[in-house]
Every structure is written in C-alpha cells, then in structure tokens.
Design a protein around this ligand. Structure first.
Ligand code: ATP
Ligand code: MG
Length: 405
C-alpha cells in the first residue's frame, strides 16, 4: 500500500493551553530536523494534528525516525482519497484486505473537519460499515476494544484512511523545558538519565570529566559515542570535556582517603555549575541512584550537593539497577556502557570511601586546596564539540569488544 501521509497526534502538549503554539512550533522544528534526510516531505503542523505528506518518501523509514521524536503520542500512516464515495469504498476495501486478517473485529471511526461534506460522521461510519459487511463478511463489527480501527478523516482537500496506529515516544518536545547540563560518565546510569531529561522536553549538553593519562582516549571516545546514541532524539548535542587530572592528583595528595570521593565529587559539581551558569543552562542532571554505591547514599549526596544551589535532577534516583539496565538496553546504550574503559572516578576511587561523610569535614579538608585556582585552570582547558547522530568515535562496537577479549 502506498501511503500518502503520516498523521501525527500530539502528546501531552494538547493539554498545555496557551503554550500550545510554542509547543507545536518546537515540535515542528524537531520533526523537521529529525526528518531532514527526506527532502520531499511536506510537514504541516496544525492545531490538533500534524500532517506529514510523504510525496513518495519511504513511509517505514520516516516512521522509524518519527518514533524517536518526543511530544508525539502516536501516528498513523494514511492514504489520501478523492472525496468521492466510490473511490473511498475502493481504497477502504483494498486497505482492509491488506491489513485486516480474516475474522478479526473492527470498527469505523470518522472525524470530520470539512463540515460541508455530504455525509456526517455517523453516516460515514454506517456507510463504510455496510459496505465492508457486504465485501468482507468474515469481519466482525465491535464497538468496544475492536482488534482494528479503520480511521476516516474528512478534510477539505481529501478523505484520509488508515488502519494502523503506532505508539510515539511520548514526553514533551525537546527544548520546551529549557536546557540543562548532564554529567555524563561512561557508565550505565547517566545516559539513561539523559534520555529521561530529553523525554521531559529538556535539551541537554554533556559535561564529561576526564583525567589523561590515567584515563584513555578510548574512555573519552566512549563517552562521545554514548552522546551520539542520544542525538537522534534531539538532532545534536554539545559535548563539553573538562580536564580533571590536576584536581584529582591534588585531592589525592591532600585529602584523607575516606573523603577523596566526596571532595572529588564536590569539585565536579562546582565545575558543572560554573559551566552551566556560563552557558545559561537552568539545572544539572546526573545518573545518581540512591544507595547504589558509597558516593550515592543520602548523606553523601547531601555532602556533595552542599557546593551548589542549582537544581540537581536525578531521573534514575529511585530506580533499581535492573530497571536502569532495562532502559539502557531499550535506548541501546548498554553495550557501550559496559565496555571496560576506566573512567576518572574508578582510577582514583579509594578502597573504602566513607558511606556517611560529614559536610563540615568535607569543607574542612577542602580548605587545604586552592579551589579557585584549580577551577580556573580546569575551566580554561575545556573543549566543546557538537555531536551528531551519524558521528562515529569508535570502531564498530563488536570490533572493540573483540579486541578486548
Ligand atoms: P554511571 O553509570 O552514570 O557512571 P555510576 O553508577 O557509575 O553512574 P558514579 O560513578 O558514582 O555512578 O557516578 C555518579 C554520577 O556522577 C554519574 O551518573 C554521573 O552523572 C556523574 N559522573 C561520574 N563520573 C563522571 C565523569 N567522569 N564525568 C561526568 N560526570 C560523571
Ligand atoms: Mg560511573
């Protein structure tokens, strides 16, 4: 079946009253960017639906891309038919023959935006129901929970028919909630946290700390590749790398072992805040999960959080590791995340960090460091790179894993 358009139903944004125009405008921009590889498309954002005219572009590929755009509840590939009931019958039968297996239940559901059309919604439902009962006596008409719905839309320019509704990504259009900095390590949790930020409409930029020569180029590339995995949801993501070697060496030299982790994390958070403020980001996201490791007890979070008043959002805070892993698998970051390149924290991790660090002790040990100087030098060394989904920073994943085994 040659579909003529994809009809897109908006997600939560329909309920957002006067912000609606801004939401639709942003979604339109995001959809346009996500579908830029298909130049023949015409995208028409309307008040209650978005219509994507295919003009010959492949519907399957367009829909695969569309399913990653947040702010879309669901969508249906549809066929445009001339407003002539003989033609409508012909195409409806063809569509049902191709998509409705023998014996299933269905109903016809009509919407009409062209109120001048001869048949109203009820008359259209009955007409098509009668016609199909005649031509496909095997099908059962069922009003509640039918196996299939034949959707009919009577619009000014044509009548649109569809039998498929495909689940969209949900959430809010990326950018409608502003922008935040995501602390991205090479682990499992922070990419998942990034996915959830995007899902709620928050545009993100990655802040990644690395410590050459203690951490390898591969570890850095891995973080960039993880970023590339999230870009299809938004088009492009800025990756900000922050040199952390001097700070880690200095902390290691001057702070007692039990507080190494706490003080390192406080420095990371301070730097992230400084970068976020410089760039106009409104909040910080990270991948912390309550109780997962020593640095993520509530006491620890409090002692680390002490350095900033910026909102810190922890999307995976209350999830079990298994649940986070399941999400990582869904968004295809898991295999990358488990590749064994040491990141800066593992290398300087003390064997037994304090699980209940005290904020005043952390402040006291930190007073031995030249915090301002360390920060100025780290900030002077940051590098910013724009990452697109087609960017490759590692060999084929399999090759790299094979090399390591
Ligand atoms: P992840 O799986 O995200 O690495 P984790 O369970 O390994 O998390 P930690 O290493 O304790 O947990 O890190 C907690 C959070 O601190 C991370 O989710 C991330 O947001 C941030 N973080 C840790 N290391 C880095 C880093 N090198 N660069 C940026 N952020 C980091
Ligand atoms: Mg980690």
């Amino acid at each position: 079946m040659q579909y003529s358009e994809i009809m897109v139903r908006y997600g939560e944004l329909s309920t957002k009253g006067k912000n609606r125009q801004a939401f639709i405008g942003r979604l339109n921009g995001n959809v346009t960017r996500a579908l830029h590889e298909f130049p023949k498309l015409t995208i028409r954002p309307k008040r209650d639906r978005m219509h994507i005219e295919l003009n010959g572009e492949p519907s399957d590929q367009v829909m695969a891309r569309l399913s990653q755009v947040f702010g879309i509840q669901n969508f249906s590939p549809s066929i445009a038919v001339e407003k002539d009931m003989t033609k409508v019958h012909e195409v409806a039968l063809q569509l049902m023959n191709e998509t409705a297996p023998k014996g299933i239940s269905y109903k016809v559901n009509t919407r009409r935006s062209d109120h001048d059309f001869a048949l109203d919604t009820n008359a259209m439902n009955l007409d098509l129901g009668d016609f199909l009962t005649d031509k496909r006596p095997d099908l059962v008409v069922k009003m509640h929970h039918p196996d299939m719905i034949l959707r009919v839309e009577v619009r000014r320019e044509a009548i649109y028919l569809s039998t498929k509704t495909i689940q969209g990504a949900g959430g809010l259009p990326v950018g409608t909630a502003g922008r935040a900095a995501l602390m991205l390590s090479g682990g499992i949790d922070s990419p998942v946290a990034g996915y959830y930020a995007l899902k709620r409409g928050v545009d993100i930029e990655m802040v990644h700390f690395f410590s050459p020569p203690y951490t390898s180029q591969q570890a850095l590339n891995k973080a960039k590749q993880l970023t590339a995995k999230l870009t299809p949801y938004v088009g492009r993501i800025y990756f900000i790398e922050v040199p952390f070697t001097e700070i880690q060496e200095d902390v290691k030299a001057k702070v007692p072992e039990g507080y190494l982790m706490t003080v390192q994390r406080r420095m990371m958070l301070r730097l992230t805040e400084a970068i976020a403020k410089q760039r106009g980001d409104l909040a910080i996201f990270n991948g912390e999960s309550v109780g997962q490791v020593a640095s993520q007890t509530l006491e620890s979070m409090a002692a680390i959080n002490d350095v900033t008043t910026m909102p810190i959002i922890r999307p995976v805070a209350t999830m079990d590791k298994n649940e986070i892993i399941a999400e990582a698998e869904k968004i295809d970051t898991y295999d990358l995340s488990i590749m064994p390149f040491e990141d800066c924290c593992t290398i300087f991790a003390p064997p037994s960090p304090k699980t209940k660090p005290k904020t005043d002790r952390a402040r006291y040990y930190e007073s031995k460091l030249d915090v301002a100087g360390l920060m100025t030098r780290a900030l002077a060394g940051i590098k910013i790179q724009e990452i697109k989904s087609s960017d490759q920073f590692m060999n084929q994943d399999q090759d790299v894993i094979a090399e390591l085994l």
